[in-house]
Design a protein around this ligand. Structure first.
Ligand SMILES: *[C@@H]1O[C@H](CO)[C@@H](O)[C@H](O)[C@H]1NC(C)=O
Length: 435
């Protein structure tokens, strides 16, 4: 059935949506898709939907207008509708009882080319606004759609344009930004106290912390602006800029620490430089994808493609940054066996192995677990997955800071005979296990 593909796409879109439903204007041009998803929004018991459609043009005057219209559907209801259509119970999603009809085109007076619709939604749930065209592939529709979804809050009935599960996000982001500021302050203090043993990488770590804090401030401001007004008013631009800088610097930092740059050796090898030269452009692509995803919403036909591009690039970056750490571990293992300072090398080796595991845990948690949480938690608790991801990130920053902080007494230099012998024993044991 020709219905399958759009349905599938809609399901994918619904399962991965992160965009905040703000006031959105979408130009629909000669559209023949049978199902067009617009934004998704979590309503409370006092939800409102405003829909203004202008310049409606149909490909023919003799179309059955009752088969064109907007409706709201939850994800579960949508699965039910798909089932009903496959079972032949209904021909058109608009005929289903489980959806919430918003407006049918046969309600428009003859000759009128616009719709101004307003409705309140009292059953709290997460709905997607969908346009259905059940005529056939030959009937196309052009129109400008402006959709506004919000919840009323408080006694005065102020509008909250953030979806039910996201409305406390501005506060969470602001709190996290403050925490990162405190961390940056402590880091500056550490750098000052241990200024004799500070390497270049430690200043770089400070930059990463500050960018993360700035990024969170912008995200908090962006979200709170959307919450109050329904649009971002330029805060999103700042947010994207800092997001990009944060992404690039964080991946670069992981690579630099992984290679041991500045505290093990003053320069990068060619293959390590190559990793950076691939990761940085990939981050540019990832950020462009992120902007497109956020700004177009599920309506855009390329939306799913950009989601996949983003996912792919992100996974590739995550895998690439592991290579330098693996190379370092290999080098350290070899030199532990050959040069005389087994204990020193073993310590470094342990540190790098820990770092390797922590990077993997961080990537796994922020990419897989957070995604799973986002899918299984109910829409009111969507913020918990954001929170979980941010806490994992915070833990990663703290771990990196603690493990690679400037040391006043370099532990690699004060090692006695006993430790050296113990280390040699350890290495021998390891070799036996390898064989
Ligand atoms: C959109 O429709 C609502 C509800 O009928 C109406 O109050 C509002 O003025 C319309 N907005 C625009 C921009 O036409």
């Amino acid at each position: 059935m020709s219905f399958h593909l759009p349905l599938l796409l809609l399901l994918i879109a619904a399962a991965t949506t992160l965009t905040s439903a703000e006031i959105r204007t979408t130009a629909v041009r000669s559209e023949t898709r049978q199902v067009i998803p617009f934004d998704e929004f979590g309503f409370t018991h006092r939800g409102c939907l405003e829909l203004n459609v202008t310049d409606i043009h149909l490909s023919s005057d003799k179309l059955d207008l009752s088969k064109l219209g907007f409706f709201l559907s939850t994800r579960d209801a949508w699965i039910h509708v798909v089932q009903q259509i496959e079972d032949g119970e209904i021909n058109c999603a608009l005929d289903s009882q489980v959806i919430k009809k918003v407006v049918n085109f046969d309600q428009i007076p003859k000759g009128q080319t616009f719709i101004n619709h307003y409705s309140t939604i009292s059953d709290a749930d997460q709905f997607t606004l969908i346009f259905a065209n059940c005529i056939n592939q030959l009937a196309s529709v052009s129109m400008n759609v402006r959709s506004v979804m919000y919840n009323l809050e408080g006694n005065k009935g102020g509008r909250d344009y953030l979806s039910a599960g996201k409305t406390i996000l501005p506060r969470i982001y602001f709190l996290l930004a403050l925490i990162y500021c405190v961390l940056a302050g402590s880091w500056i203090y550490v750098l000052y106290k241990k200024r004799l043993t500070v390497f270049k990488i430690h200043y770089f770590m400070l930059a990463v912390l500050l960018l993360k804090a700035l990024n969170l401030f912008c995200e908090a401001e962006d979200k709170s602006y959307i919450k109050r007004t329904g649009s971002a008013h330029g805060w999103d631009v700042l947010f994207y800029i800092f997001s990009f800088l944060k992404g690039v610097t964080l991946f670069t930092l992981i690579v630099l620490i992984g290679t041991g740059w500045s505290f093990l050796k003053p320069f990068l090898q060619d293959k390590e430089k190559k990793v950076l030269m691939i990761v940085i452009p990939l981050q540019v692509v990832a950020n462009i994808a992120q902007v497109v995803i956020d700004e177009t919403g599920p309506f855009g036909q390329d939306w799913v493609t950009w989601k996949q591009v983003f996912l792919l690039v992100d996974v590739v970056c995550c895998c690439l940054v592991l290579f330098p750490i693996v190379w370092s571990i290999k080098n350290l293992r070899e030199s532990a066996r050959t040069d005389g300072k087994a204990a020193v090398n073993l310590m470094k080796l342990t540190l790098f192995r820990q770092y390797y595991i922590v990077v993997i845990c961080y990537i796994y948690f922020t990419r897989v677990i957070v995604y799973a949480l986002e899918t299984i938690t109910s829409y009111q608790y969507l913020w918990t997955s954001v929170m979980a991801g941010e806490l994992a990130t915070l833990a990663f920053y703290v771990f990196t800071g603690l493990k690679f902080k400037p040391e006043a007494h370099n532990p690699y230099l004060v090692i006695d005979e006993e430790e050296e012998e113990a280390a040699l024993e350890m290495l021998k044991l390891e070799d036996e296990f390898e064989l």
